[in-house]
Design a binder for this molecule. Structure first.
Ligand code: GLC
Length: 425
């Protein structure tokens, strides 16, 4: 374990580009939004100052309207497509024009609590004071731009926003995307990785068509939303934002910010009331829902299990989800596959259609533990530990045999090892 800890720290240091960390130097050579949040958890176990810097750097790329981009291109790199010239957001630093799951506030809460526990609250309070309004503005941006019916959910306008790029949840909604004008392009991901692990050409065409739509709207978030052919209420982002609003509320209380406290209480209450719209009664599970057709995806994915992390407590729904957990655990060696292994589209090493992600396991395990399901929480953590110990710090892993999938020496896997999976308990 000590050796693994050292290896994890070495990965974070090697992927550190000075103030921010790349997920993997070859496949993802820029700063990614939610990756950085998880990475901060890892740094915090051995370098508190560096952990806070990771998020401070990310928020330096925030737009005036509160939007926080999914990629920040601090330096150009030919190894990734689509790069800054394709996004053409016209920002400095160059960024993409879509966002990612809002885990940052929950991470900042944990960093803050640990700083206080270590007797460093006074030293870190000014940094928290500076981050708080930025987090607040990002959450307000979700409220104003991604929740048209004020349901307390998050509408994704691009599959990449969900962080679960090619989940089958986006297949049916994606059919509405016209790819006829996409034109020729050269992918870079499949020159680094086996195409069997990666999204298909049709999926990539759809991703690019949506980027072109954003660009044609001058990256004006209101205009993009109004005309987007892809509008899906993502169960993952919605659960994560609900949790993040509660965590930001705790920070507002610590900082004595009364006005924001009221706002966050209202946001969390709205989320708790509205998220029931994502419960699929026929499937007896939490699923994403297409806003354009009103249809539930009907897919049980790893994101379905984030309801515990979101703090939802409903005996009937919880027991249905625990039933799915039981069934899935009997089918695979390692929890939590990104897609139900009983689904005909399950593929153990293809992106978001089967593999296990350590960051999702961290959130699922944390939520299960908080909800009092200690046995399941332990199993999710032990499985994450087993995967990393037997295969290394891969981007993702086969739930069937533990084989690594995607990039190796992956920052967030190293971070989750240090902050959660590899800690004795
Ligand atoms: C892939 C993942 C996404 C992640 C990015 C960088 O696109 O699907 O969640 O943020 O890689 O690691």
């Amino acid at each position: 374990m000590i050796e693994t800890d050292e290896a994890a720290r070495a990965i974070l240091r090697a992927n550190d580009r000075g103030g921010y960390t790349v997920p993997n130097g070859r496949v993802y050579p820029f700063q990614w939004n939610w990756d950085s949040a998880f990475v901060a958890l890892g740094f915090d176990t051995f370098d508190r100052d560096r952990a806070w810097t990771e998020l401070e750097t990310l928020f330096r790329a925030q737009w005036e309207d509160g939007f926080l981009p999914h990629i920040v291109f601090w330096k150009d790199d030919p190894g990734y497509f689509p790069g800054p010239s394709v996004w053409a957001t016209g920002r400095r630093p160059a960024t993409s024009g879509i966002t990612q799951p809002p885990v940052a506030a929950s991470v900042v809460r944990r960093l803050w609590d640990r700083a206080v526990e270590a007797g460093e609250g006074a030293a870190y309070r000014p940094r928290l004071e500076a981050l708080f309004p930025k987090l607040m503005n990002w959450h307000r941006w979700f409220r104003d731009h991604r929740d048209p019916d004020r349901r307390g959910i998050v509408v994704a306008l691009h599959p990449w926003e969900t962080g679960r790029d090619n989940s089958p949840e986006w297949d049916a909604p994606g059919e509405a995307i016209d790819v006829s004008g996409v034109g020729e392009y050269v992918r870079r991901d499949t020159s680094h990785l086996d195409a069997k692990m990666r999204p298909t050409k049709l999926e990539y065409d759809r991703y690019l068509a949506l980027v072109q739509h954003g660009r044609a709207q001058g990256w004006d978030h209101a205009r993009i939303a109004a005309g987007s052919p892809f509008r899906v209420a993502d169960v993952g982002m919605s659960m994560i934002l609900l949790r993040a609003n509660r965590d930001l509320l705790a920070l507002a209380q610590d900082l004595g910010r009364g006005r924001e406290e009221g706002e966050l209480i209202e946001l969390a209450a709205r989320g708790e009331r509205g998220i029931g719209w994502l419960w699929d009664e026929a499937r007896q599970a939490w699923c994403s829902r297409d806003l354009l057709t009103g249809r539930s995806s009907g897919f049980v994915t790893s994101a379905s299990f984030l309801s515990f992390y979101a703090g939802l407590r409903d005996a009937r729904r919880d027991s249905a989800m625990l039933g799915h957990l039981d069934r899935i655990a009997a089918r695979v060696r390692y929890l939590m596959p990104s897609l139900d292994p009983d689904d005909p589209g399950f593929q153990m090493i293809r992106y978001w259609r089967g593999p296990v992600w350590s960051v999702v396991n961290y959130m699922i395990g944390t939520g299960l533990g908080e909800a009092g399901h200690a046995g399941w929480a332990d199993k999710v953590r032990a499985d994450t530990l087993g995967l990393i110990e037997s295969s290394g710090f891969y981007e993702a892993f086969s739930p069937v045999d533990g084989t690594g999938s995607g990039g190796d020496d992956f920052s967030w896997t190293a971070a989750i090892w240090l902050a959660w999976a590899g800690t004795a308990g």
